[in-house]
Design a protein around this ligand. Structure first.
Ligand SMILES: Nc1ncnc2c1ncn2[C@@H]1O[C@H](COP(=O)(O)OP(=O)(O)OP(=O)(O)O)[C@@H](O)[C@H]1O
Length: 202
């Protein structure tokens, strides 16, 4: 498809990382720097969570934030999501874009790419797509509340990108604020090259 990219989006950042690596944490910092007028966070898990919230009468906002609420339902959501992806790997990508009205914004920050096919879909359909991986040690993830859970941590939704190597950026998020700030600045520089209107932000 690759639409004319004088229109939105001008730049897409696809973030991935293991559970509790800090994807939400980092992308929340990034959107604050870019400004909500310029960018939007696209959550590929949003359509799954929205479906689940409706089906089970759950609170969507609590499923979407970084609280532990979502952990109770993660496995069921993974299984349902899996069956949908098998039929159409772009299904959640398209729905997530629609849900947050992303076409109004220049910079799309996809905070939860989990599959090679997520990455494939964005590259097939848009230009200026960057693949970004957040790396965090298991010890630090444990400190953030992660415990290895069968059916989740050994499932494709968590492991499919383990052997993917085509990262444009690799971010270490082991709690060193200096490293994180440096990564934020590098990514902001990249965005500013593509979207000059963001020049003024820092
Ligand atoms: N650099 C950091 N400094 C302090 N706290 C952090 C840092 N990175 C992440 N955290 C905290 O660790 C927890 C997990 O981070 P976050 O929710 O962003 O991970 P995630 O990769 O989005 O996880 P999941 O895949 O489970 O949704 C959150 O409470 C977050 O605030």
């Amino acid at each position: 498809m690759c639409p004319d990219q004088t229109s939105n989006p001008k730049c897409i950042l696809l973030f991935s990382g293991k559970r509790k690596s800090g994807k939400d944490f980092f992308t929340d910092l990034l959107i604050e720097r870019i400004g909500h007028d310029n960018g939007v966070i696209v959550k590929l898990s949003a359509p799954i969570k929205s479906h689940w919230a409706q089906l089970r009468g759950l609170e969507l906002s609590k499923l979407l934030d970084s609280s532990s609420y979502k952990e109770k339902y993660r496995q069921d959501m993974i299984i349902w999501g899996e069956s949908m992806r098998e039929k159409d790997y772009g299904y959640f990508c398209r729905h997530a874009i629609e849900m947050c009205r992303a076409t109004d914004k220049s910079v799309w920050i996809v905070s939860d790419a989990r599959r090679k096919t997520d990455i494939k879909w964005f590259h097939e359909n848009y230009k200026n797509v960057k693949n970004i991986r957040i790396f965090t040690s298991d010890d630090v993830r444990k400190q953030r509340g992660w415990t290895f859970t069968e059916g989740i941590d050994d499932a494709p939704s968590e492991c499919d990108l383990d052997d993917f190597t085509s990262w444009d950026f690799e971010i270490e998020n082991n709690g060193n604020t200096g490293n994180l700030e440096e990564s934020l600045n590098l990514i902001l520089q990249l965005i500013k090259q593509e979207v000059p209107v963001i020049q003024g932000t820092n």
